[in-house]
Design a protein around this ligand. Structure first.
Ligand code: MTE
Ligand code: MO
Length: 337
């Protein structure tokens, strides 16, 4: 063993010992989210309908891999395993296939109530469903295992992988994917949290058994279906404003299930008023809601909840992001003078 290797090991053990108390707390549910840490910014003004790429949240286990930093020389995507026709696609082969475009909102499963670790972008790429059709999975293929250049991996049931809008994306907001967001190729399947939307993809393996995903091995959900989410964007916590009419507004999102209503309460949940919905940019995009209300002098609170096509109204029960995404209503307080 070299000296450098020994020191590296020693550092590893010390870090592990330091991490142990944190882990113990995680078990007690005091700090349940120890290492899922999406990086995001809270926009100063109104939330733009399409999140500009530089302001789109970023989340990954160890940053951009060196191979990608170097420009991913000789990169290919391998589709193999339980298929009749294994495929190898390079960037040229991907560029000449029919292109699909869709607006899809992406949310980190670690996003807290009222949080900003979600963004909406216009994606372009090739249809995952068509690639799978061409590879021709055998009957034994139940799972699609996705592997990436940073060692990250996920398993997706083949039925979900065949989602009609599932995409292998090369472009985001009209530009080639940035390295942060998965250059040269990332997965996007509407309805699922970010943990399934693998960046820097190198391999799709069709298999009869699933391989537990990176986060699943740490106790997070195995299916990662997006929970209904709604957020108040204006007013902000602690704002002050003059008495009179004001427009409360925000966003709501439910993966691929479509928001059908948003309700707002100004009396701690005793009564709920129906907000106005803007038409969504796509079936898979967040929607903007607003409600014009008269406000009298005093201290106020506002809460929001949303409903989708299939799961009724958002539950008020506050649950941490771990292990399956937050539930609970966003609530803020403000003053009127
Ligand atoms: N290869 C790889 N893909 C990944 C991850 C990762 O760590 N490695 N993190 C996932 C998580 S948890 C999220 S929320 C999304 C975030 O995508 P973004 O950084 O483009 O916003 O990427 C997903 N894809
Ligand atoms: Mo995430």
């Amino acid at each position: 063993m070299t000296r450098a290797r020994f020191l590296q090991m020693l550092a590893g053990w010390i870090l592990l010992l330091l991490a142990l108390p944190l882990r113990a707390l995680a078990f007690l549910k005091i700090t349940p989210v120890t290492d899922m840490a999406p990086r995001f910014t809270v926009p100063k003004g109104a939330t733009p309908p399409i999140t500009p790429t530089p302001r789109f949240y970023v989340e990954d286990i160890s940053g951009v891999p060196d191979f990608i930093k170097a420009g991913a020389p000789g990169w290919v995507l391998k589709i193999h395993g339980e298929v009749e026709t294994p495929l190898t696609l390079d960037l040229q082969a991907i560029a000449v296939r029919p292109q699909v475009r869709e607006t899809i909102t992406l949310s980190c499963i670690g996003n807290p109530v009222g949080g900003y670790a979600l963004g909406n972008a216009k994606w372009q790429g090739i249809s995952l469903r068509e690639v799978l059709q061409q590879a021709d999975p055998k009957n034994s293929a139940e799972w699609m295992i996705v592997r990436a250049a940073d060692g990250y991996h996920e398993s997706i049931p083949i039925k979900q992988a065949r989602h009609r809008a599932g995409m292998l994306a090369t472009h985001m907001n009209g530009q080639p994917l940035t390295k942060d967001h998965g250059y040269p190729l990332r997965l996007l399947i509407p309805g699922l949290y970010g943990i399934k939307q693998v960046k820097w993809i190198q391999e799709l393996e069709l298999a009869s058994e699933r391989l537990p995903g990176y986060w699943n091995k740490k106790g997070w959900t195995r299916d990662a279906r997006v929970q209904i989410f709604s957020r108040i964007d204006w007013p902000r916590q602690g704002d002050t404003m003059r008495r009179g009419y004001h427009k409360i507004r925000g966003i709501a999102f439910a993966g691929d299930r479509g928001i059908i209503r948003v309700q707002v309460s100004l009396d701690e949940g005793k009564t709920w008023e129906l907000a106005r919905l803007q038409s969504p940019m796509s079936e898979y995009s967040w929607v903007f809601w607003s409600l014009r209300v008269p406000l009298d002098r005093g201290h106020h609170s506002v809460m929001v909840r949303a409903g989708d096509l299939y799961s009724g109204i958002q539950r008020g029960y506050k649950r941490d992001p771990f292990p399956a995404g937050v539930t609970g209503w966003h609530r803020i307080e403000f003053e009127v003078y």
